[in-house]
Design a protein. Structure first.
Lengths: 210, 318
């Protein structure tokens, strides 16, 4: 009886070791760069890896970020009591969060900042894809990404005005890029800051759904 | 055939069946993971409506539509009410606290895992590499004996681990070790492909980044080309070395110390405190029980010597 039990445990050990080897063969394959086997047999690897073992270890790789980005929004508002409308200045919604995160890495500003940056980044990626190919047809995922970005604009805008006194007519966003001075200019006393921006279209607020 | 059978039995017995290995490390990892989870919920609690609630940019409609693409599990599919959100967060905090204290460990691990997947699915933008490795390690930690040490209610000696529990514990340990090997190998290979890591200037850009540079010291260090170059190569070197040196026991502790120093540096200079916490928690698992016991004995010896020294002074003065 004892021999049977020991044999059973040894068999279980061997089965689990075999599973471990297979598991990490699939994990290793999923981490490789795009290759013929991964593309042709992705339907075998992906259902196993996702979602419990999905992983991406490209942290600051292949290169760290070379620009600092900030996100600003501009509102087109109208007073409820009057018929006047006006366009506000650009309001920076990320720099203050960055400063709060820098002084306290455990501040709630950090997840808020990451949410804003993540949504904007996905939307910019979609715009880059569509602009790279004139015949590009937005996928369902692209539509979803656009909807989330519009929702972000409306959510952040709603925190910037008093709805009792004003009504939001439209909102738009802009990403400002500041290039990090190159390493080769390290010894230079002053390096001119290069600023670029990418401005998105106005999103009409009236009738817009979040 | 008989020799092969004997070899297999000996291999299985020696490495998996005899006793669970790295139990002190597993308990330490469990406790630190509890802290990591608690920090996750506490950090997000004041702005939970923005990042997880229907009032934020990811509305309930957007979330449900997004699930069609990710196909992940989430408790948030059951209800969109703010009360449900608060209940889930409180359940998360309670399970994290249980992990820290070592009570209801198995149940807390399973609940923590399910809740973590739920929150990650609700808003994937707030995650970093630490969340990724954290949830993978939590899956395997569920099969380990991590409640024997550092627990308010440690396992009672009478019952003892069964051979099956030993096998699961040791397999899970090796799964986590292999996961770390793949993590560091994949990360280092991706870095090696980048020209800025190749020429040793990558850390300059990291320390100049407004998102990841938080101290004046970081700015000062980034201006020193010697420090930047050496540190950039050390980061890649440590990560490349991990899978190979890990197998050499005398080098393993030195390697772990190097990586802990690297992650403490990441926490201090880059502000990635939660990421560093979870990475260090996993590294603590790989230190053998005997090393912990030896460290504990040395610490006890130092404390006793200090106490003896104090009493001698008291005798002399009196």
């Amino acid at each position: 009886m004892k021999t049977h039990r020991r044999a059973r445990y040894v068999a279980v050990t061997i089965v689990l070791v075999c599973w471990l080897a297979t598991h990490y063969a699939l994990v290793g394959w999923s981490l490789l760069p795009a290759n013929a086997i991964g593309i042709l047999h992705g339907d075998v690897i992906r259902p196993y890896i996702e979602p419990f073992f999905s992983q991406n270890w490209h942290m600051f790789a292949p290169d760290p970020p070379l620009t600092n980005e900030s996100f600003v929004i501009q509102l087109n508002v109208g007073a409820r009591a009057e018929s006047d409308t006006w366009v506000t200045e650009w309001v920076d919604v990320t720099t203050l969060l960055l400063k709060k995160g820098a002084s306290n890495p455990l501040s709630p500003a950090v997840p808020r900042l990451r949410t804003i940056q993540g949504i904007v980044r996905e939307y910019r990626n979609y715009l880059a894809r569509s602009q790279a190919n004139p015949q590009y047809e937005p996928s369902l995922y692209d539509t979803h990404v656009t909807r989330v970005f519009n929702s972000l604009l409306l959510t952040v805008a709603s925190e910037l005005y008093d709805p009792a006194q004003y009504r939001l007519l439209a909102v738009r966003g802009r990403v400002i890029f500041e290039d990090i001075p190159p390493f080769s200019e390290l010894q230079a006393s002053a390096h001119p800051n290069t600023l670029r921006s990418s401005t998105f279209d106005w999103l009409p607020a009236e009738g817009a759904t979040r | 055939m008989r020799r092969l059978k004997t070899a297999l039995i000996f291999f299985a017995y020696r490495h998996f069946l005899r006793r669970p290995q790295h139990r002190i490390g597993a308990s330490l990892t469990r406790a630190v993971y509890g802290l990591w989870l608690l920090l996750f919920y506490l950090q997000a609690f004041p702005i939970r409506d923005f990042i997880w609630g229907g009032k934020g940019p990811i509305t309930d409609t957007n979330f449900i539509q997004g699930m069609a693409f990710t196909k992940e599990f989430s408790f948030f599919t059951y209800s969109a009410s703010p009360l449900w959100l608060n209940l889930l967060i409180l359940a998360g905090m309670a399970s994290a606290l249980c992990l820290m204290l070592g009570v209801f460990v198995r149940g807390s691990l399973v609940l923590s895992l399910l809740l973590l997947f739920s929150f990650h699915a609700r808003n994937g933008y707030i995650l970093d590499g630490g969340d990724n490795i954290g949830r993978i390690v939590l899956v395997f930690l569920t099969f380990m004996d991590c409640s024997t040490f550092l627990s308010v209610r440690p396992r009672r000696g009478g019952l003892g681990p069964t051979p099956l529990a030993n096998v699961l514990h040791n397999i899970a340990y090796r799964a986590i070790a292999l996961q770390y090997c793949f993590l560091y190998l994949s990360s280092s290979f991706a870095k090696i492909a980048g020209p800025l890591w190749q020429n040793g200037t990558a850390l300059y850009y990291v320390l100049k980044s407004s998102e990841f540079s938080r101290t004046t010291l970081a700015s000062v260090l980034s201006r020193n080309y010697v420090i930047v170059t050496i540190a950039s190569y050390c980061v890649v070197g440590l990560q490349v070395a991990f899978p190979f040196f890990f197998c050499v026991k005398p080098l393993r502790v030195a390697l772990i110390v190097g990586l802990v120093v690297m992650h403490v540096g990441i926490a201090y200079f880059m502000g990635l405190v939660r990421f560093s916490t979870v990475m260090i928690a996993g590294l603590l698992l790989f230190i053998p029980d005997e090393s912990y016991r030896r460290a504990g004995r040395m610490l006890g010896l130092m404390v006793r010597r200090r106490q003896l020294g104090t009493r001698k002074e008291e005798v002399v003065w009196s």
